[in-house]
Write a protein that binds this ligand. Structure first.
Ligand code: PLP
Ligand code: LMR
Length: 401
């Protein structure tokens, strides 16, 4: 029965981590997957996360009971408040259904499965380019293959807002549109506030359904509210929409799979029905989500001091990434690599969309053991004071060869 199973292509992002692990060179540098590293190149456990880990491990009342299908209630409440704002009218009017999800990917998966089952076979638009897994999750959830809307202008290295608005104006009523709430992956280019205001108008007038993917709240600007601005703008406009959240980057809990899906309804009427169907979907997929990470995230969000410490950590992590942007740009100027590299400092979030071609990326991997995705995306947190010049010199060599 297995002989006719075709080979799946390697994942464009996760396969880079596997290739990096298999490389025996002491000089190797991983700029592939978006995972924060310290300046020593090591994974980072936030001290506040560690503190609550110890606390729960030592608390005799900690159990490992099942959660309900929709997860840890306290976590869901605090998570919705984090992204929508404490004063959100949608929350206060009881128009939001929040379910815990297996990190951001799980939130997207549940959301699109819900759409496929209860909203219908809608077209889903994603930005061009986008996080590669969007194109994977949507059809796996039972919807047609995604379509793209224009997003990145390679000449200005910014958002092609006119192209974006034109494409959304041509979308059929009821289509789903995926937006990256902040720190667009892979381009690091976000719309300005005025551009978001124009986008929300087109989405409203064409009766499109926004699906916000927020994988970097607090990680882009270093401020949780700033990074939720675009999501809140759409919620304030009063439309039906979906909001996915991830605590992978902002709490450094990558492997714990902590996230949430928020369904924001125009009226509270269908709230119970929507929650019941989400619970049934979850029950059939994995029954209920894991407790460990959600318990820690909820504890951090519930406690004022812990929350402030978390905010300080976010500022620190995002500042290190910004420093690496400056270092890399300056090293490329210093070594005389041809071209303008200002976009590296202007981009926001975890990545730099360098403009390197797939051939140049392959050259850097083969000659220098430097790993990044083939679209020229560099995970800035993978750089350190110790590797930035080595990487800049390899980039120069790649550009010149
Ligand atoms: N969406 C985008 C745009 C991402 O970059 C990521 C990666 O962090 C995710 C969603 C979800 O990741 P995770 O499932 O690890 O939370
Ligand atoms: C990335 O884009 O590298 C991250 O979002 C991790 C992932 O799951 O792809």
């Amino acid at each position: 029965i297995f002989d006719s199973v075709p080979q799946a292509p390697p994942d464009p992002i996760l396969s880079i981590s596997a290739a990096f692990r298999a490389d025996a060179s002491p000089r190797k540098v991983n700029l592939g997957v978006g995972a924060y590293r310290t300046d020593a190149g090591a994974p980072y456990v936030l001290p506040i996360v560690r503190k609550f880990e110890k606390h729960f491990a030592n608390d005799p009342s900690t159990t490992h009971e099942y959660l309900p299908q929709d997860g840890f209630t306290k976590f869901n409440r605090l998570s919705a408040r984090l992204i929508l704002g404490a004063d959100s009218p949608a929350l206060n009017e009881g128009r939001v259904v929040t379910v815990q999800a297996l990190s951001g990917t799980g939130a997207l998966r549940i959301g699109f499965a819900f759409i496929a089952n209860f909203i219908g076979q809608r077209v889903v638009y994603v930005p061009n380019p986008t996080w590669s897994n969007h194109r994977n999750v949507v059809p796996q959830a039972g919807l047609p293959a995604t379509r793209s809307y224009r997003y990145f202008d390679a000449n200005t290295r910014g958002v092609d807002v006119e192209g974006l608005l034109q494409d959304l104006s041509c979308a059929d009523e009821g289509s789903i549109v995926v937006f990256h709430g902040c720190a667009h992956n892979p381009t690091g280019a976000d719309p300005s506030k005025d551009e978001w205001r124009r986008i929300v108008q087109v989405v409203a007038s064409k009766k499109l359904v926004p699906f916000f993917d927020n994988a970097y709240q607090g990680f882009a600007s270093g401020n949780l509210n700033t990074d939720a601005w675009s999501t809140r703008l759409f919620v304030q406009s009063g439309m039906d929409m979906f909001v996915a959240q991830s605590y992978a980057k902002n709490m450094g809990m990558y492997g714990e799979r902590v996230g949430a899906l928020n369904v924001v309804l125009r009226s509270p009427k269908a709230v119970d029905a929507v929650r019941s169907q989400l619970k049934q979907l979850i029950r059939a997929m994995y029954s209920n989500p894991p407790l460990h990470g959600a318990r820690i995230a909820a504890a951090i969000m519930a406690d004022e001091d812990a929350f402030r410490q978390w905010e300080m950590e976010l500022e620190k992590m995002s500042a290190r990434i910004r420093t690496m942007r400056t270092r890399l740009r300056d090293a490329l100027i210093k070594n005389g690599a041809p071209g303008n590299w200002d976009h590296i400092v202007n981009q926001i979030g975890m990545f730099s969309f360098t403009g390197l071609t797939s051939q140049q990326v392959a050259f850097m991997r083969d000659k220098y053991h430097i790993y990044m995705t083939s679209n020229g995306r560099v995970s800035m947190a993978g750089l350190t004071e110790g590797t930035v010049e080595y990487v800049a010199d390899a980039m120069k060599d790649a550009v010149l060869s």
